[in-house]
Design a protein around this ligand. Structure first.
Ligand code: DOR
Ligand code: ZN
Length: 456
């Protein structure tokens, strides 16, 4: 039952989802969740248990796993300025279809989100267009540090710092500017770490050797392990020196993992992104520029190390780096083809696939995709199934289905996972207590998410 409007919310205040296998806070148990309006009112263990308060709607979730809605801490929804690729409406629909109920969006839009005005504009656009809950990063530049100090931290996810160049020209790599940022910013700093000088040298050398633009298969040799390691080590050193709260985005090599501890309360943490957990450089031959992203997808040994770090604590969270581009923008080789791929709609089924492969457990998926993004960025009242928290909930089921283009909600209309057979399907997504997605359909095109609040 759609509930985008007040009338519907009033009509169906209480929903009971029962007989589900609930996965939450390191436990898995059969039980029920009672939703009152937009909040979780009660979590009940067992099949027999009946809540004290009657419900207006009862959903029998037998055979489903019930998880907190996924918080994707790393998306590029392209709005404003790049809406030929994607916009907040199309991509947030993709999020809902993927069981994602909150997104944190990156600042490399046009204009870049590097001022209070551009941040406010994004908030306004999201209120109109975003079908899931949202928060935004402010981009660091060499000269907006005074602004970073004055922003209301409750309204900003963190500061995104491109210590390596990527889509959008937001590079900050001069030591003086970096020192100013790390010594000043108290919100989480999320870095893109790749050393641009090393990348440029590699590109020039390979181009000279080959006498032409290197192909996609060279991408990982250009955006190399050394480029990643040096930049990540610099970020970790600066954060350590100044006591900053650092979250390194999309770690892509085994070697970088040496720089992170397994301490869940560490002030320096690492994110792995879905593409680096799914693919290796062997996949370039099959998928070409579709899986070209920055940092590059590296070797099988790197992927195995990243996968192992999901359960040993060195990786604290999984994001998607959902970065849609049109396929026609992906023409050319390692220099010309744009970097990034859509992923937000399929990250949860893909990571549940890794559960079947024995890479991690269901409770690990929930920790890495729901709990920890909330914890790292201090997102209030979300990310966990807890009484009084917002009712952001996803139901998933073991079910085989093949990804065909007609299922893709993202505006770009393609996925590197086309043709893949998933073993898990998202059945229902509840966002703020509303059933916003159900069995292949967005239930109400008018439903909108809320701005989340941060307590850093
Ligand atoms: O591959 C990438 N694409 N890496 C980034 O850092 C940016 C992203 C994009 O916005 O296209
Ligand atoms: Zn990104």
């Amino acid at each position: 039952m759609p509930c985008g409007t007040q009338t519907n919310i009033a009509m169906h205040r209480r929903k009971l989802i029962k007989n589900a296998t609930i996965v939450n806070e390191n436990r898995t148990f059969v039980g029920a969740v009672l939703i009152d309006n937009d909040r979780i009112e009660e979590i009940i263990e067992g099949v027999e248990a009946v809540p004290s308060i009657p419900a207006d709607i009862v959903v029998d979730a037998s055979g489903c796993f019930l998880l907190p809605g996924v918080i994707d801490e790393h998306v590029h929804f392209r709005d404003p300025g790049l809406t030929h690729k994607a916009d907040m409406y199309t991509e947030s629909r993709a999020a809902l279809a993927g069981g994602v109920t909150t997104v944190l969006d990156m600042p490399n839009t046009v204009p870049q989100t590097t001022s209070a005005e551009t941040l406010n504009e994004k908030m306004e656009t999201a209120a109109r267009k975003c079908c899931v809950n949202y928060g935004f990063f402010i981009g660091a530049t060499a000269d907006n540090v005074p602004l970073l100090r004055t922003l209301n931290p409750r309204k900003v996810a963190g500061v995104k710092l491109f210590m390596g160049s990527s889509t959008g020209n937001m590079l900050v790599d001069k030591e003086e500017a970096l020192r100013e940022i790390f010594s000043t910013v108290r919100m989480p700093i999320m870095t893109h770490c790749e050393d641009t000088d090393i990348i440029n040298e590699n590109m020039a050398r390979l181009t000279a050797e080959l006498g032409t633009e290197p192909g996609i298969c060279c991408h990982a040799r250009i955006r190399s392990e050394e480029a990643c390691y040096n930049s990540t080590a610099l970020a970790v050193n600066l954060a350590t020196e100044y006591g900053a709260r650092l979250h390194v985005a999309h770690v892509s090599t085994a070697r970088e993992l040496e720089l992170f501890s397994a301490d869940a309360d560490a002030r320096i943490t690492a994110e792995a992104c879905v593409p680096h957990l799914l693919y290796t450089d062997a996949d370039y031959a099959r998928l070409g520029a579709r899986i070209k992203c920055n940092p590059a997808i590296k070797t099988a040994a790197d992927r195995e190390a990243l996968r192992a770090a999901l359960t040993d604590g060195r990786i604290s969270a999984i994001g998607t780096d959902h970065a849609p581009h049109l396929l026609r923008e992906k023409q050319g080789g390692a220099a010309k083809a744009v970097s990034g791929m859509p992923m937000v709609q399929f990250s949860l089924p893909a990571m549940l696939g890794l559960v079947d492969e024995g890479v991690l457990g269901l409770t690990d998926v929930v920790r890495l995709m729901c709990h920890h993004p909330a914890r790292i960025f201090g997102i209030e009242n979300r990310g966990y199934l807890r009484e009084g928290y917002k009712a952001d909930i996803v139901l998933v089921r073991r079910q085989s289905w093949k990804l065909t283009p007609n299922r893709i909600e993202s505006r770009c209309g393609w996925s590197p996972l086309e043709g893949h057979t998933f073993r898990w399907a998202v059945e229902k997504t509840y966002c703020n207590g509303c059933l916003a997605y159900s069995e292949g359909h967005i239930t109400d095109s008018d439903f909108r998410g809320q701005a989340v609040s941060f307590c850093h």
